[in-house]
Write a protein that binds this ligand. Structure first.
Ligand code: SF4
Length: 109
């Protein structure tokens, strides 16, 4: 679950959440592109993801909601809820790419 969705779930109705940089349309690329805060996107290289998420980390450090967001992340950690992407300036990853299955080596007996 993305940071923005976690925050939207716990924030006061239509108040503070509106100031979250991760919700600002100006910080989102075009349609079909992952936001800076998203976890790894399909077909994206690790290098591209790292570059993209580094921007999110910088923006989080300037976000007016950094303190409550940090508390939220701590709460999520306490409840062992996985986060994928950038939240409160921290990169989290719980998804992994789907690995291609290696062909089985036939048994010769
Ligand atoms: S600190 Fe980062 S993840 Fe948290 S609300 Fe701000 S921009 Fe979003």
């Amino acid at each position: 679950m993305s940071a923005a969705r976690h925050l939207a779930a716990v924030a006061e109705p239509a108040t503070q959440i509106d100031y979250a940089f991760c919700r600002h349309p100006g910080y989102h690329p075009g349609p079909g592109e992952p936001s800076f805060w998203e976890g790894i996107a399909d077909g994206e290289t690790r290098r591209d993801r790292d570059r993209r998420q580094a921007i999110a980390v910088k923006l989080c450090r300037e976000c007016p909601l950094l303190a409550p967001c940090t508390n939220l992340l701590s709460d999520l950690d306490d409840r062992r809820l996985a986060v994928d992407g950038v939240i409160a300036g921290q990169v989290r990853q719980w998804r992994t790419r789907t690995k291609k299955k290696r062909p089985r080596t036939p048994h010769l007996s």
